[in-house]
Write a protein that binds this ligand. Structure first.
Ligand SMILES: Nc1ncnc2c1ncn2[C@@H]1O[C@H](COP(=O)(O)OP(=O)(O)O)[C@@H](O)[C@H]1O
Ligand SMILES: [Mg+2]
Length: 304
């Protein structure tokens, strides 16, 4: 069996006696897009720096395509394309000259591959222009083209949509999805922009204060409908939900409660409430979003 493209086992990092990363476990397979989400300071960049060997883990392991970065660094890293913070490039050269510069340093990269990555990121029209004339979005795409030259099986991007305008973000999202589908690339993308991750990723892992607090497929998140009720006796309503349907109320706030009802029919639940003498003002079903889940999980943290 093929090993996963990326496997993190109990990864930890202490910096100056402080536990920054507290035991992260993750696997990622070919053509999968994982959103690594968390508020600023949660530990996203620190995790990525360990994955690509820029800093050494305090404990645990990183394997890329089955190769441990501790024991087999070169082979592990030959499968990775990565951009941390902003991509490195020469602004006084054209996009094409930048790509040639890199391809000249690596025999595996053919001229054909250079043209291929230019097309993949959609820079054909402007590739002969100087990078200094590029928009931020175009620079981002050139950075990705650079990362793609040696056909990585894993692409790692740290907060790639920071600073892009809405059109740039849409373009970027389409590019990422195309790379996963057409090149079967596994993509690990960190972000604190949750609404964006929902559109771009297949799965998300939410990191908070150095620990993963939730992993889920985006499909599952969107399939959980929650209902908000406003009624005169929320304590009793919560008890009924628990007793009759095994439903845990998520939040109680004054006279409102919120719960994920799953397959249960809302009319039936409301009927029981009324029969039990609860005065019901309203009930609103709404689709869960990643944003809701994230807020539930990280309540009280600073969110940028
Ligand atoms: N070299 C360092 N020295 C001290 N603290 C650090 C260092 N690198 C990161 N940290 C701390 O680790 C935490 C996680 O940082 P980081 O991984 O950059 O978070 P994120 O990328 O999710 O915003 C933060 O509290 C940060 O201050
Ligand atoms: Mg960061």
């Amino acid at each position: 069996m093929q090993p996963p493209v990326l496997e993190l086992v109990d990864l930890k990092k202490n910096i100056k006696n402080k536990e920054i990363i507290r035991g992260i476990n993750l696997t990622l397979g070919p053509a999968e897009i994982l959103g690594f989400l968390g508020p600023n300071g949660a530990g996203k960049t620190t995790t990525i720096r360990m994955i690509v060997g820029l800093i050494r883990p305090t404990a645990g392991s990183v394997k890329i395509c089955g190769y441990s970065i501790a024991d087999d660094f070169i082979r592990a890293m030959s499968n990775v394309g990565c951009i941390i913070e902003s991509p490195e490039m020469y602004k006084f050269l054209s996009g094409m000259e930048n790509l040639r510069q890199l391809s000249n340093m690596d025999k595996r990269i053919t001229r054909q591959r250079v043209d291929e990555v230019v097309e993949l990121v959609g820079l054909q029209k402007r590739i002969e222009d100087k990078v200094s004339t590029y928009s931020l979005g175009m620079r981002q795409r050139l950075g990705i083209a650079q990362a793609l030259l040696c056909r990585p099986k894993l692409l790692i991007l740290d907060e790639p949509v920071n600073g892009l305008d809405p059109a740039g973000i849409t373009e970027f999202r389409n590019l990422i999805r195309r790379l996963a589908h057409e090149e079967e690339m596994a993509i690990f993308v960190s972000s604190h922009l949750l609404s964006e991750a929902q559109l771009m990723c297949d799965q998300v892992a939410i990191i908070r204060q150095g620990s993963i607090v939730k992993t889920a497929t985006v499909k599952d998140i969107l399939n959980t409908e929650t209902v908000e009720w406003r009624l005169d006796n929320p304590v009793k309503a919560a008890r009924l939900l628990k007793e009759k349907w095994g439903i845990e109320a998520l939040r109680e706030n004054g006279n409102t409660i919120t719960a994920a009802v799953g397959e249960n029919r809302l009319e039936l639940i409301n009927q029981v409430f009324v029969n039990e003498g609860i005065e019901l003002r309203y009930s609103i079903p709404r689709q869960n979003t990643l944003e809701d889940m994230f807020l539930d999980l990280t309540e009280g943290d600073e969110i940028a």
